[in-house]
Design a protein around this ligand. Structure first.
Ligand code: ATR
Length: 287
């Protein structure tokens, strides 16, 4: 039997999304299963919103080891699960599901993947620090909740739609007594002088119509701050280029994608993910 061939024993993992064709998770996860010599194949499934419940039944029926969930199903999938982990419940979204004998448990590895990548690449530790989050969508929620769980001191949230920034602020203040969260305008000079981490979670800087836009003017920002962007295509956004020009420490977006997958791999298999192999596969798939 050729190495990597599908056998009668092969198990299946998958990503469910709509659209899902652009996903680099299959390349990344299959490289990891292959590296560890595991008889698992990871496939993309295009699932329309109306079919999400049926797709989750199939996860059980086919004895799949687990699945990733992507746009637009991360919130809607929660009602089809047997259990939801605490962080995912607070974030209000699931990106990873583990099938343990037909019992489906939902997790969210986005925020933890983000912080793992940030700490690996820049040495940043959130304890007692001040973070400015630009944006208030799903990614911002996962990062804000995870920063709060890891003991960040203060979270300032700036967003085009202020009501969403206020809602995220309220979520953090309600659930994390030791953390002070507040909504803010991005041009608060005093706050920028004292910030330790600025993270862009908005679409600004993404390949396409937003590619030339930066979410924040960095003049006056704390020279020791880490400037982070979760946009990974292009690798160097205008925001990160500006930060680099100013001599600030930068953190690129691809690491979050790799580590959210690595954490999912760990949840499915109980094994340490081969992160370097996954990173190489992700970069190759993006090219
Ligand atoms: P994700 O799941 O990646 O977080 P999302 O939930 O769609 O994606 O959130 C996108 C974020 O980018 C939001 O904060 C959004 O701001 P609004 O809440 O005001 O919609 C922000 N965003 C998108 N386009 C933007 C633009 N042109 N200018 C400023 N912010 C923008």
């Amino acid at each position: 039997m050729a190495k990597g061939a599908i056998t009668g024993m092969t198990r299946v993992a998958a990503i469910l999304g709509h659209p899902v064709g652009h996903s680099i998770s299959p390349a990344m996860q299959n490289a990891a299963f292959k590296k560890l010599g595991m008889d698992v194949v990871y496939v993309p499934f295009e699932v329309a919103p109306a079919d999400l419940g049926a797709a989750l039944k199939a996860v059980r029926a086919f004895g799949m080891i687990g699945v990733n969930i992507t746009i637009p199903h991360k919130v809607a999938v929660m009602r089809h699960l047997d259990k939801v982990d605490k962080a995912a419940r607070l974030i209000g979204a699931v990106n990873t599901i583990v099938n343990r004998g037909g019992v489906l448990t939902g997790y969210n590895t986005d925020g933890e993947g983000y912080l793992k990548s940030l700490s690996d690449e820049t040495g940043f530790s959130p304890k007692g620090k001040t973070a400015l989050i630009l944006g208030s969508g799903g990614a911002a929620r996962s990062i804000a909740v995870t920063l709060a769980m890891k003991g960040v001191g203060r979270i300032v949230i700036a967003n085009r739609t202020i009501t969403k920034a206020r809602a995220l602020t309220a979520l953090i203040n309600k659930n994390f007594k030791g953390v002070a969260a507040m909504p803010c305008c991005s041009a608060d000079a005093d706050m920028l002088r004292n910030v330790d981490l600025v993270v862009n979670t908005t679409s600004l800087g993404m390949k396409g119509k937003f590619v030339k836009q930066s979410p924040l003017f960095l003049a006056g920002v704390n020279p020791k701050a880490v400037i982070s962007d979760i946009v990974y295509n292009p690798e160097m956004t205008v925001f990160l280029k500006d930060a680099k020009r100013r001599g600030l420490k930068i953190h690129k977006g691809l690491g979050m994608l790799i580590y959210q997958g690595a954490l999912g791999f760990g949840l499915w298999t109980g094994k340490a993910a081969p992160v370097a192999i996954m990173a190489r596969a992700a970069k190759k798939a993006l090219r």
